[in-house]
Design a protein around this ligand. Structure first.
Ligand code: BGC
Ligand code: CA
Ligand code: CA
Length: 271
C-alpha cells in the first residue's frame, strides 16, 4: 500500500482481477492448460498470502535469509546492428539481417481459446551511419491468416513501438513515441503523432505465415553507436472467426504498449 501511496502522483489506478484464488478466471475449464494458477492476494481458503502483505505491510514479509527471493524486473535488451549495405524494403529477407541478432516475441499476453500457442515473430533490426532510418524485419509463423475483423489490431498483424528518448513514460509523449501496425495484407495504422511520416513497409506471405519489412524514421533523435531507445514488437494473432485471441510481445507484459511506454524494452544501436 505504501508503495502505491508513494507513487500516487503517477498512478491512475491499481486493478486486481478478483481477490481470492478460489475464484479466478484462470482456473476456468477453458484455461485448464494454464493451471494451477494462484494469482490473487488471498488463497482458496481466503487466507492472506505474501502478495497481500506485500501490498499492505511489507515489514512483515520474510527476507532473503528466510528463503524469500526478491525478483527484480529487468528491462529486456535488444540490439540494432550497423550494416554497410541497407536492405531493400520488399518483404524479402536481405543478407544484412543475417548480421543482426535475432529476437522473438516470446511473451504470451493472451492465448487462443483452443489452447494452442499464439503466433510469434522473429525480428532483426539494422541501421547505418549518416542514415536516418531504422530497418526492421519481422517474420511471423501463423498457419491461420485472417483479415475479417473491423478493428485493425484484431487482424493478423505486427506492431512496432518506439520511445525515441527512452523515457518510459506512462502516456505517449507528443514527440518520439509511436505505435506502428501493419497487417499481413499490408494495411498500415498507427498511434502517436505523425508516425506515418517518411515510412516504408512491405508485407508478404511466406510458407509458414507472413513477413513484414519496415523502414521507420525516428523524429527526434539522430542514430549513433551506443544510443538506447525504448522499443517493442507485438504480434496480433487472429483466429478463423476473425477474432484476435492471441497476443505476443518481445518486452511488454500487460497489453498497454499502445498508450504507455513503461514496458518497452531497450534497443541499443551497436557497431
Ligand atoms: C492493443 C489493443 C489496442 C490497440 C490500439 C494494440 O496494440 O493490443 O488492445 O486497442 O493497440 O491501437
Ligand atoms: Ca528486403
Ligand atoms: Ca492468425
Amino acid at each position: 500500500m505504501e508503495c502505491f501511496v508513494e507513487r500516487a502522483d503517477v498512478l491512475t489506478g491499481v486493478t486486481l482481477w478478483g481477490y481470492f484464488d478460489g475464484h479466478t478466471w484462470l482456473n476456468m475449464p477453458e484455461y485448464a492448460y494454464m493451471t494451477p494458477a494462484y494469482p490473487l492476494p488471498f488463497d482458496q481458503k481466503l487466507n492472506p498470502k505474501w502478495a497481500y502483505w506485500g501490498m499492505v505491510d511489507s515489514s512483515v514479509l520474510p527476507d532473503e535469509s528466510e528463503g524469500l527471493e526478491i525478483l527484480e524486473f529487468e528491462n529486456p535488451q535488444a540490439t540494432a546492428t550497423y550494416v554497410e549495405e541497407v536492405p531493400v524494403i520488399d518483404g524479402e529477407k536481405d543478407a544484412c539481417y543475417e548480421l543482426c541478432e535475432e529476437f522473438t516475441t516470446h511473451n504470451q499476453i493472451t492465448f487462443p481459446f483452443d489452447g494452442t500457442d499464439p503466433a510469434e515473430a522473429t525480428y532483426y533490426v539494422a541501421w547505418k551511419d549518416n542514415n536516418i532510418y531504422i530497418y526492421i524485419y519481422t517474420e511471423v509463423v501463423d498457419n491461420e491468416l485472417n483479415h475479417d475483423a473491423s478493428n485493425p489490431h484484431q487482424k493478423d498483424s505486427v506492431e512496432i513501438f518506439l520511445d525515441e528518448n527512452n523515457s518510459k513514460s506512462m502516456m505517449y509523449e507528443d514527440t518520439g513515441d509511436g505505435q506502428y501496425r501493419v497487417t499481413y495484407r499490408g494495411v498500415f495504422t498507427f498511434n502517436g503523432k505523425d508516425r506515418d511520416t517518411d515510412l516504408e513497409y512491405e508485407a508478404i506471405k511466406t510458407d509458414t505465415g507472413y513477413a513484414i519489412e519496415w523502414r521507420i524514421t525516428p523524429q527526434s533523435i539522430t542514430l549513433e553507436e551506443g544510443y538506447v531507445m525504448g522499443f517493442d514488437v507485438q504480434v496480433n494473432d487472429a483466429n478463423e472467426y476473425g477474432t484476435r485471441d492471441g497476443i505476443t510481445t518481445w518486452a511488454g507484459v500487460t497489453n498497454n504498449n499502445w498508450n504507455s511506454t513503461t514496458e518497452f524494452g531497450d534497443l541499443t544501436f551497436i557497431k
